[in-house]
Ligand binder design. Structure first.
Ligand SMILES: Cc1cc2nc3c(=O)[nH]c(=O)nc-3n(C[C@H](O)[C@H](O)[C@H](O)COP(=O)(O)OP(=O)(O)OC[C@H]3O[C@@H](n4cnc5c(N)ncnc54)[C@H](O)[C@@H]3O)c2cc1C
Length: 438
């Protein structure tokens, strides 16, 4: 039922004589259309065991703040409820996630987990796999085409990955069935009550200066949004997706980031519609998104200056001493105090709503080159602001997106001050395209 390319054994231990199969849920925070979960159900049935899902809540998740935790816990409330309705146990504890998985692995016949692409997520999984007394199997369900199947090394641009991914789509764009395990779970493991995020949030010592946003979280909300997008946004997507004045994009990136919706489910729904609109959307959802997965997977320095292509670093360095129109401090930028009204409006909206339209994001990221002393600072500040305020931040797309503003996955353009050969975007150009916005 699950394509073998999605299944990655992380150690070579034999199945143990445990009391349950454990699914350590981390990236794919959903009870539906989740290959890791369905793989764990199959394994539980094969072994005649119940299934326990565990979620470790760490207050030290890199760059996460109250905004991110509040939204995530709201989504997990629904996920825990849906799992219980399927007869699957759910445990959530305030603990370093791989340590929670390890302590529960001691009584498990096997551990199944989902795939995380960022550095710390890979370290967590390796930590568990090296110490668990049983097999640890990772199932990759948050990419349409598994990252290593798509391409065995870093793809320098989208066209390279597109050529590889397109012929593979019929093999990986498949529906995923769901069923309840034969043995219903009846665990008495201690757990936080996932139905009470209001009681859990005060326990977390996290940055509270970035508050929650008014956007419903969870798989149900994601699916409702997808339906609305199919009716209202998709018919205009090919023509208007780059216009920040229009509300035509799906707005699903936070749900994808927290694994509340499957990209395969989204892609299949959109494919059913067909036509140039669907093609334009699938280009973003599959090729562009999976180019970001490819980038962080194969680039150890994905969040550092050294992760940018050599030509981009060289040209930006060659123009590092060019006079800047203004230099702004991090405080100026964070509080949207520049002389550029478009940039200020975009930054203020990001702080307030946790979201920014893709075209504005490109403009926003590129302007940082004009206002920081060194191009390295533009990368650092771009990532800092994006990851702090964006609900979908701290994602492979965050590193690829900010990197793109500095030449990643792009080609050299005619040389000009400050930008060098990196594709420029200017306030004049923005105004010519979009008139008086905002
Ligand atoms: C400076 C900068 C920072 C960015 N930071 C993030 C980030 O932190 N998190 C994030 O998810 N995306 C980021 N992006 C990519 C893109 O802006 C968002 O994915 C998109 O705006 C999300 O809106 P949507 O869900 O309505 O997209 P839609 O247009 O509805 O597209 C559907 C999905 O396709 C994917 N997608 C769309 N556009 C892109 C793109 N250009 N590159 C990669 N994937 C894409 C996303 O997963 C998106 O949810 C960034 C881009 C830039 C230029």
């Amino acid at each position: 039922m699950i394509e073998p390319e999605r299944i990655h054994p992380l150690n070579a231990r034999p199945l143990a004589g445990g009391q349950y199969i454990l699914y350590w849920m981390q990236a794919a925070q959903r009870a539906f259309w989740n290959p890791a979960l369905e793989f764990a159900v199959d394994l539980a049935d094969e072994r005649g065991l119940p299934l326990l899902v565990a979620f470790g809540l760490t207050p030290h998740y890199p760059e996460a703040n109250l905004r991110h935790y509040a939204w995530m816990l709201e989504g997990l409330r629904e996920t825990a409820q849906a799992l219980r309705e399927r007869g699957i146990g759910f445990v959530m504890r305030l603990e370093y996630p791989p340590d929670l998985a390890l302590s529960l692995a001691r009584n498990a016949a096997a551990v199944v987990t989902d795939r995380g692409y960022l550095r710390h997520l890979r370290i967590w999984r390796r930590y568990l796999a090296e110490r668990a007394p049983c097999p640890v199997i990772e199932v990759e369900g948050d990419a349409v085409v598994p990252v290593e199947t798509a391409y065995p090394r870093q793809a320098v641009r989208a066209s390279v990955l597109r050529r590889r991914i397109q012929p593979l789509l019929p093999r990986f764009l498949l529906p995923l069935g769901e069923r309840a395990p034969r043995i219903r779970a009846d665990f008495a493991e201690p757990s936080l009550d996932p139905s009470r995020p209001d009681q859990i949030l005060p326990l977390l010592q996290v940055d509270r200066t970035v508050g929650p946003v008014d956007l419903p979280s969870g798989t149900g909300a994601a699916r409702a949004r997808l339906l609305r997008f199919l009716e209202e946004g998709l018919p205009r997507y090919a023509d208007l997706r780059s216009d920040p004045r229009q509300d035509v994009t799906s707005g699903l990136s936070p749900y994808l980031h927290f694994g509340q919706i499957s990209p395969v489910e989204m892609a299949l729904e959109v494919s059913r519609v067909g036509g140039p609109e669907a093609d334009a959307f699938l280009e973003e959802l599959i090729v562009r998104r999976e180019l970001a997965l490819n980038f962080v997977w194969y680039t150890p320095d994905y969040d550092r200056w050294e992760g940018l292509p050599r030509w981009a670093r060289e040209t930006l360095q060659a123009h590092a001493a060019d006079p800047r129109p203004a230099l702004y401090s991090l405080e100026d930028l964070e509080s949207a105090q520049t002389d550029d009204p478009v940039w200020n409006a975009a930054q203020s909206a990001l702080v307030r709503t946790g979201q920014m339209h893709n075209y504005l994001r490109m403009y926003w990221g590129k302007q940082l080159l004009l206002w920081t002393e060194r191009p390295e600072d533009a990368l650092r500040i771009g990532l800092y602001l994006n990851n702090k305020y964006a609900l979908d931040g701290r994602d492979p797309n965050s590193y690829a997106g900010v990197g793109w503003c500095l030449g990643l996955h792009d080609r050299p353009f005619a040389e000009r001050p400050i930008f060098g050969k990196v594709r420029p975007m200017t306030l004049g150009g923005f105004r010519r395209k979009f008139g008086g916005w905002p």
